[in-house]
Ligand binder design. Structure first.
Ligand SMILES: [Zn+2]
Length: 229
């Protein structure tokens, strides 16, 4: 009953083997690694951009504060021209406080400039690495495409064989097969071996054994494969 289907499964197995070989090829791995590296570069650049924005924002805030303090200091100096000795003493105190604040802000601004310089150096490095990585990716991708293209005729031939074999398979069985064909469980139809599913090697329950004897085929309770006698 399932003989034609098993033939179909054999051809499918050959095709899957080629797919797996392509997927595990060095060329694909190298291309994928390079792609991941480029993604990392992108993430780093994004992070640097956010950091730069924060620095710029802090710098602007510090500058505005500095200007404000300068303006107020000037105003106080003007007031001092007409002030009493007592007022001058208090104004001097305020001006000294302003000078202290300005000193602190200046230090902050210097630190921000150092950070900005550091970031711009790192951005330069990442950009340089990304350019190299892009070139490498393109080389590896071409190599991977070549590997795929070289296997294309085999795959096409197997697909044609599958198509032909399909017409000989009981449509009901074919449907059962196809709904599981996407799953990782391959082969999908497996024989029973010493009371076990030969897909996952789990022993069939007494009820399942009985069902198998009656219906000649059961769905494995463990892995979902179809087990035939
Ligand atoms: Zn199983």
């Amino acid at each position: 009953m399932q003989e034609e289907l098993l033939k179909y499964q054999q051809i499918d197995a050959k095709k899957r083997k080629i797919d797996a070989e392509i997927a595990s090829s060095d060329e694909r791995k190298k291309a994928a690694d390079m792609q991941n590296y480029l993604k990392e570069c992108q993430a780093k650049l994004q992070k640097f951009e956010t950091a730069s924005e924060t620095i710029l924002r802090n710098y602007k805030r510090a500058s505005a504060f500095m200007q404000d303090l300068n303006k107020r200091a000037k105003e106080l100096n003007a007031q001092a021209q007409k002030a009493t000795a007592e007022q001058i003493a208090s104004i001097k105190k305020i001006v000294a406080d302003y000078a202290d604040k300005m000193g602190k802000i200046e230090k902050e601004v210097t630190a921000l400039a150092v950070q900005a310089k550091q970031i711009s150096r790192e951005v330069e490095t990442v950009m340089k690495n990304a350019v190299t990585a892009k070139k490498n990716y393109s080389t590896y991708k071409n190599a991977y495409d070549a590997v795929r293209a070289s296997r294309e005729p085999e795959i096409k031939a197997l697909l044609a064989q599958m198509q032909e074999q399909k017409s000989k398979v009981d449509p009901k069985l074919m449907h059962m097969y196809e709904i599981k064909a996407d799953a990782k469980t391959f082969p999908i139809f497996v024989p029973v071996k010493e009371g076990r599913c030969s897909g996952c090697h789990v022993e069939l329950s007494a009820a399942m054994k009985k069902k198998l004897a009656e219906q000649k085929m059961v769905e494995c309770e463990n892995c979902g494969r179809y087990i035939y006698e």
